[in-house]
Every structure is written in structure tokens, then in C-alpha cells.
Design a protein around this ligand. Structure first.
Ligand code: PLP
Length: 232
């Protein structure tokens, strides 16, 4: 049976291989190890690897884990799940980066929280590329308003786009959604003002991260391939 560190290294190798196959430098893709539902004690093992980015999808769960692991290793925490406005302040306290900003109201809320604490917060705009009713993320039509609003902010720095496309067994079937996210980034990158820019693409999970890298992912968010299947 492979250990957590071995599975992490295996994913890193697959990332490097996929990057090279796409003519890209392996360092141009960063791994976010999605540790949602995984207990702090289990995560601690990864400290042996050196700096690791961990992804959580719930503020409440992260609020318990992050302090428990604060002294345990070089962990950086990213929020990858939907964020409600009333949890924005807590999220600003806990996370180094938020991948899932999906409204102008949330951008403004985060800006207020960051101004009060004097910190700068890198964020990504989550786009609902497939227009799925049950999913968070802004509709592609709403992206111009977010890019416009991002140009006005002094503390929240929009750095790119994120997507959670439909889950499909065949990663090749997910590719058109990755391509669409990249197209949106390329289309709007030139319209950014202020500190905002659209460079990063957070896309690709356990089942499809290699296809996402082929389409330009700069962050992949991988849970199951590292931590094993989640219950529930
Ligand atoms: C759970 C989750 C992931 C990781 O999914 P796996 O299929 O386990 O790799 C990535 N992104 C988000 C937003 C998630 O909620």
C-alpha cells in the first residue's frame, strides 16, 4: 500500500509528464492537494515533503484544521469551494488564496474585509462554464462585470479564472470545458485594469487533471488521487 507522500509524489510526476507533453515547464503547474474531509492528523504526514498547498471547500471545516496544523509544516491553504458572503471575514483570516469568487458583491465584501485587516488577497473568479443549474460560479455572461469591478480593488487581486466542469468518466469529454475557460481568460485578459490580471487557470481534478494541463491549467486541484476516496 502506498503512503500519502508517495501518492503526492506520484501526482507530481504525472503533472510534470503532462506539462512536458504539452511543451510546458513542470513548474508552470501548481498542485493544490484537496484535503476536504481528511483529518488534520492524516494531513500532517505531508509536512515531510516541504511546502505544500492544501485546498479546502468549507470555511467551517478549515477553521478547525488550519490552527491544528499551523506548527506542523509549510502548509499554504486555498479555499476551493463556494464562499458565502457571511463567511468572507473568516475566509480572509484563514486562507492565502480563494479560487471561488463568483459575484461582484463577494468581491466587494472581501475587499472590505481585507482593507480592515490591511492584507492583500489573491483570488480567482469561478466560472460556471457548462451553465449547470446546481453549481456555483458566475455565468460566462457575468464575467465582464466581475473583471470591471476587479479593476477598482486595492486589496483583492484577481489573478485568473477557475472552473469545476461536469464530472465525466472520459477526461477527453471534459476538455472542451477546459478549453472554454482558457478562451474566456484570453478574451478578457486584455481588459483588466489596476492590479487585476487574468493569468491563472485553476482547472482539473483527479479524473481529468492531465487533460486540463494540456489545455493550459496553472493550478490543478487533486483530492482523491492523493488522499483516497472520501466517504459521503
Ligand atoms: C473536491 C474538490 C476537488 C478535488 O476532487 P477530486 O476528484 O477528489 O480530485 C477539486 N476542486 C473542488 C472545488 C473540489 O470541491
Amino acid at each position: 500500500m502506498s503512503t500519502l507522500c508517495e501518492r503526492y509524489r506520484d501526482v507530481m510526476e504525472r503533472i510534470a509528464r503532462a506539462a512536458r507533453a504539452a511543451g510546458r515547464a513542470p513548474e508552470s503547474v501548481r498542485l493544490v492537494a484537496v484535503s476536504k474531509t481528511v483529518a488534520a492528523d492524516a494531513i500532517r504526514e505531508l509536512a515531510a515533503l516541504g511546502p505544500v498547498i492544501l485546498g479546502e471547500n468549507r470555511v467551517q471545516e478549515a477553521a478547525e484544521k488550519i490552527p491544528a496544523l499551523a506548527a506542523g509544516g509549510a502548509f499554504t491553504w486555498h479555499l476551493v469551494g463556494h464562499l458565502q458572503g457571511n463567511k468572507a471575514r473568516r475566509a480572509v483570516e484563514l486562507f492565502a488564496m480563494i479560487h471561488s469568487v463568483d459575484s461582484v458583491a463577494l468581491l466587494h465584501r472581501l475587499e472590505t474585509c481585507c482593507r480592515e485587516t490591511g492584507r492583500t488577497l489573491p483570488v480567482l473568479i469561478e466560472v460556471n462554464v457548462a451553465g449547470e443549474a446546481a453549481k456555483s460560479g458566475c455565468r460566462p455572461e457575468a464575467l465582464p462585470a466581475l473583471v470591471e469591478a476587479a479593476g477598482e480593488l486595492a486589496h483583492v487581486r484577481v489573478e485568473g479564472l477557475m472552473a469545476v466542469p461536469p464530472f465525466l468518466d472520459d477526461p477527453e469529454a471534459v476538455r472542451p470545458y477546459f478549453r472554454e475557460l482558457r478562451r474566456l481568460r484570453d478574451a478578457w485578459a486584455g481588459r483588466c485594469r489596476g492590479a487585476a490580471r487574468l493569468e491563472e487557470l485553476s482547472m482539473g481534478m483527479t479524473n481529468d487533471f492531465e487533460a486540463a494541463i494540456a489545455e493550459g491549467a496553472t493550478y490543478v486541484r487533486v483530492g482523491t488521487a492523493i488522499f483516497g476516496p472520501r466517504n459521503g
